[in-house]
Ligand binder design. Structure first.
Ligand code: SF4
Ligand code: SF4
Length: 79
């Protein structure tokens, strides 16, 4: 199956790029459940009114948030 993040028209935006790969976010898919925030041990995620914020300086590229996001609003590309 193709990675949805490979499609430039998919609505995913790049929120983090590191050695281990890229983290992409789709605000339209996000249900604001907060599961990714609980999963992020680095404290790099929080919700704002119009979407999810990632602190680039705090993100360690573990991608635990991707595993926690059942809505596939957070996906990993590459790495
Ligand atoms: S786990 Fe996914 S759907 Fe839930 S708040 Fe995080 S990005 Fe949004
Ligand atoms: S990749 Fe890891 S450190 Fe970065 S936002 Fe997701 S859970 Fe937090």
């Amino acid at each position: 199956m193709a990675n949805p993040a490979d499609d430039p028209n998919s609505g995913y935006v790049l929120v983090y790029l590191g050695e281990n790969g890229a983290l992409l976010f789709h605000s339209g898919k996000c249900t604001k459940c907060g599961d990714c925030i609980s999963a992020c041990s680095a404290g790099a995620l929080w919700l704002v009114e119009d979407g999810l914020c990632v602190s680039i300086s705090d993100c360690v590229g573990c991608f635990d948030c991707v595993a926690a996001c059942s809505a596939k609003a957070l996906v990993k590309q590459g790495g």
